[in-house]
Design a protein around this ligand. Structure first.
Ligand code: ADP
Length: 181
């Protein structure tokens, strides 16, 4: 977990390699669905493009579908999900059904000013339709309003580990690996 631009995707890819587990990024999945113009993609597009959250039932459907695949049996890393309380409680139900448990919830922590400038840069480099300054500010606000309360949800379960998200990419990976071990 962590606000937009904190480096969740970058770190998730490195953790995926380290443990040879599946990395599921809901942002990536939604972007693929939008590109392929599937029914999910069409439903998600206006929400994503304007920096709003895609409705919970769509996300829960995607995750349920994906976690039932055999390739998730050896472990998985969720990136960008859950982002709301209903998603987190929905995830608990799905995990019960597949007889799995979360080992850890990692929160990458960073200052908002730094993140907005990183994202404006990424928008220019990758041409992501939701990386303009105004929409980035909106996504940050949604994170603090809707997703940050989840930190307490996982803190209360004793699963939350907070990791400083500022520094070299490999240094941050090492911090994450340390809390996972
Ligand atoms: P970032 O973390 O930089 O905002 P993501 O790639 O994780 O980027 O997500 C991009 C967009 O996809 C979000 O702004 C939102 O519209 C949608 N999205 C991704 N994951 C979720 C989720 N769990 N719930 C609702 N919407 C989501």
């Amino acid at each position: 977990m962590g606000p937009p631009g904190v480096g969740k995707g970058t770190q998730a890819a490195r953790i995926e390699n380290h443990f040879s587990i599946i990395h599921l990024s809901t942002g990536e999945i939604l972007r693929e669905e939008m590109k392929a113009e599937t029914s999910i993609g069409k439903q998600a597009k206006d929400f994503c493009d304007s920096g709003q959250l895609v409705p919970d039932p769509i996300l829960l459907d995607i995750i349920e579908h994906r976690l039932f695949h055999d390739d998730c049996k050896n472990g998985f890393l969720l990136d960008g999900f859950p982002r709301t309380l209903p998603q987190a409680t929905g995830l608990d139900t799905i995990l019960k059904d597949i007889n799995q448990e979360l080992d850890c919830a990692i929160s990458l922590v960073a200052d908002e000013g730094e993140l907005v400038s990183r994202l404006v840069q990424r928008g220019k480099e990758l041409g992501r339709s939701d990386d303009s300054e105004e929409i980035i500010q909106h996504r940050q606000k949604i994170y603090w309003d809707q997703t940050a309360p989840l930190l307490d949800f996982y803190r209360n379960k004793g699963l939350l580990k907070e990791v400083d998200g500022i520094g070299d990419i490999s240094e941050i990976t090492n911090r994450i690996l340390k809390v996972l071990q």
